[in-house]
Design a protein around this ligand. Structure first.
Ligand code: FMN
Length: 365
């Protein structure tokens, strides 16, 4: 029997049903904001198409059952090779936003990357689940002072790792939002900034995204982070050159990502970018991958091609919109069950056994 049917936490039997429930619960312009990408969305489509260009290579009759999915990433324990992404404006999807995401991660033994541009403060999300809210994400967009202030807050709140988003010096060209005349409310992104009347919010965000701030570079990022003892990951890496530069600047991990196709349209998918980045930085640098991960077999393909963990953006947001904490928990539970099924059928006893021998390139069907 399908183990998913044993579970009564929610009626959702598949991840597709969760997406459908999310879409049904959101205003059309919010769905477009969540699902859309930049430009003509070629990269958004490419993120999914890339997974179809790899087939799995099963080994049978090997005596294996009950595969192990536990691992560590940036020194943190994980029950599954999965983190949830730092997606901002989270209370558009559920009133509890990342508080609910963190609690759901705690239930699954996975971790949240908690966003700076979220609806709740780093401190509030950490308090909601100290076990899961361990990685804080912020942007090198504003002044050095603002960056260092956020860093001190994250350290004081006992976060254990940092994620720096490097691919967002300006917002992507999101045509669906333009067509809808839709701008997400800035109040939904200001959890880390003092409560601000709508009339003044542009000033607050003007400071946050200071356009005349000194230009950022790997050298400057490395210098500002050299004072922290927390490990940091560079998010938004798509080339071997940037992977090597981030490591040289002090990153202990990379998040290979094109921001879910939301930033620069026309770039390759993260899955296509992954093997060359892995080859360039070698086996000792930890690599996470996001952008287009939707199934358990996607996770297996990403790990086989060189990632250590995957990061879920829209899948987690769908869970949140469909059922708050329980919805995200259900996403993680279904993924875990599917991952177990795929690993068993693939004949791999552990995620640590996944390497290039588990996949082969094919013509997309
Ligand atoms: C609604 C939404 C808001 C996001 N906000 C941020 C953000 O504030 N900072 C950031 O680094 N990435 C942000 N992202 C990108 C995600 O962290 C992640 O890279 C992306 O969603 C992964 O692709 P996927 O959605 O296909 O899983 C956002 C994504 C979505 C869908």
């Amino acid at each position: 029997m399908n183990p998913a049917l044993n579970d009564v936490t929610l009626d959702f039997a598949t991840l597709d049903e969760i997406r459908e429930a999310a879409v049904a619960s959101l205003a059309p312009e919010v769905t477009d904001f969540l699902e859309g990408g930049a430009g003509d969305e070629t990269t958004l489509r490419r993120n999914r198409a890339a997974f179809a260009k790899w087939a799995l290579r099963p080994r049978v009759m090997n005596g294996l059952v009950a595969p192990s999915t536990t691992t560590t990433f940036m020194g943190l324990e994980l029950g599954l090779p999965v983190l949830t992404a730092p997606f901002g404006v989270d209370n558009l999807f559920d009133a509890e936003g990342h508080l609910a995401v963190a609690r759901a991660n705690e239930r699954a033994g996975t971790l949240s990357i908690v966003p700076e541009a979220g609806s709740f403060s780093f401190e509030a999300v950490r308090a909601a689940s100290p076990a899961a809210a361990k990685i804080a994400q912020f942007h090198p967009l504003a002044s050095d002072d603002n960056f260092l202030r956020i860093l001190s807050r994250v350290e004081a709140a006992d976060y254990e790792a940092i994620c720096i988003t490097c691919d967002c010096p300006t917002a992507g060209w999101r045509q669906r939002n333009l067509r809808n005349r839709y701008v997400p409310p800035l109040s939904a992104a200001s959890g880390n900034y003092p409560p601000t009347p709508d009339s003044e919010i542009n000033d607050v965000f003007g400071q946050l995204f200071e356009l005349d701030a000194p230009v950022w570079s790997w050298e400057k990022l490395g210098r500002l982070l050299s004072g922290t003892s927390l490990p940091w990951m560079a998010k938004g890496i798509l080339t071997p050159e940037d992977g090597v530069a981030a490591v040289k600047a002090g990153a202990s991990a990379l998040l290979v990502s094109n921001h879910g196709g939301r930033q620069l349209d026309g770039v390759i998918s993260s899955l296509e970018a992954l093997p060359a980045i892995r080859a360039a930085v070698g086996p000792s640098v930890e690599i996470a991958l996001d952008s287009g991960v939707r199934t358990g077999s996607d996770i297996v393909k990403a790990l086989a091609l060189g990632a250590d963990v995957v990061v879920l953006g829209r899948l987690a947001a769908y869970g949140l919109a469909a059922g708050g904490e329980a919805g995200v928990a259900r996403v993680l539970e279904l993924l875990k069950q599917e991952l177990h099924s795929v690993l068993t059928l693939l004949g791999r006893g552990s995620i640590a056994d996944l390497d290039e021998s588990a996949v082969m390139p094919i013509e997309a069907p």
